[in-house]
Design a protein around this ligand. Structure first.
Ligand SMILES: Cc1cc2nc3c(=O)[nH]c(=O)nc-3n(C[C@H](O)[C@H](O)[C@H](O)COP(=O)(O)OP(=O)(O)OC[C@H]3O[C@@H](n4cnc5c(N)ncnc54)[C@H](O)[C@@H]3O)c2cc1C
Length: 265
């Protein structure tokens, strides 16, 4: 079979088309922002803001780059968000992992440089994220029950863990007087293995932690996670060690408890 001039032109045209398409995608990717990564901040679009309480909203952040590093995450994963004007960063916990976007439940502190910066954003604006990072090295899969003792936005890490856990998860959710314990019903609806007990207008007691109906898992097989501001963590389980990520001794309401593990986030 002879290779005619006509065949040659077809071959050349085909080759050129493949080259052009390849070149176009190479050009496009070169201009595409880098996706989530641990080294540098990458841009995310504020695609939705849902007000949950007067001072807290769910922010849906969609990556402008690749979603690759948002997949295969282990709970409890977190990212940092920065206020570039002040070069301040803070950790935040996505409510769901292994999705194409992140949803964060974030409370606004008027004197807080990062939370107020995030709350100043409108849908369509850009914020910068870095991560993912592991919040704890603890292996939650070793336990047959999880008990969360949380306050305020400390609900977010246990929300993510509960979404990704098959064992029963009981949560004591403390909120400030007058603050509604947001997302409680949403989590219970999404996760049949979850029960949330709310506490408002009074201090948490040992009975709130230890007295639950219908529990057949011994405390020795239960992981107790505490998350909230330092005062709350100190009251429930004693303060974390001052330096590094050390846990410090278990004190407060959980002193002498027989939980398999007590873990302060
Ligand atoms: C691992 C981890 C995960 C987190 N995940 C979330 C999350 O998903 N959603 C979220 O909203 N926050 C979360 N936080 C808290 C968040 O990182 C910031 O601390 C918070 O948004 C305030 O930051 P800021 O820069 O605005 O204010 P800051 O400068 O940190 O504080 C400003 C003022 O607010 C007060 N304040 C700050 N945090 C609290 C608090 N928790 N309770 C009571 N008073 C407080 C401070 O005492 C201060 O007066 C997380 C923290 C950690 C350590």
């Amino acid at each position: 079979m002879s290779f005619s001039y006509k065949n040659f032109s077809k071959f050349l045209l085909g080759g050129l088309s493949v080259g052009c398409v390849g070149g176009y995608f190479a050009y496009k990717n070169q201009n595409k922002p880098i996706g989530l990564n641990t080294e540098i901040y990458s841009p995310f679009t504020v695609s939705q803001i849902t007000k949950v309480t007067p001072d807290a909203s769910i922010f849906t952040l969609t990556p402008q780059g690749s979603i690759e590093n948002m997949k295969n995450l282990d709970p409890i994963s977190k990212v940092t968000i920065r206020n570039p004007d002040m070069q301040v960063q803070r950790p935040y916990t996505p409510l769901y992992i292994n999705e194409d976007d992140f949803k964060f439940y974030i409370r606004n502190y008027e004197d807080g440089p990062v939370s107020s910066y995030i709350h100043s954003k409108k849908e369509g604006d850009t914020v910068e994220l870095r991560g993912p990072f592991k919040t704890t090295k603890l292996d939650h899969t070793k336990f047959s029950r999880i008990l969360g003792v949380v306050a305020g936005t400390g609900f977010a890490p246990i929300y993510q863990l509960a979404q990704n856990s098959k064992v029963p998860v009981d949560i004591i959710y403390c909120e400030r007087p007058g603050q509604e314990p947001a997302l409680k019903e949403r989590l219970e609806k999404e996760c049949p293995n979850v029960r949330v007990r709310t506490i408002q207008d009074r201090l948490i007691s040992a009975d709130d932690i230890f007295k639950w109906d219908g529990v057949d898992v011994p405390l020795s097989e239960t992981l107790c996670i505490i998350c909230g501001n330092p005062k709350f963590v100190g009251t429930v389980a004693g303060p974390k060690a001052e330096f590094g990520a050390k846990q410090g001794p278990v004190k407060g309401l959980l002193e002498n408890s027989s939980f398999g593990k007590v873990w302060k986030l």
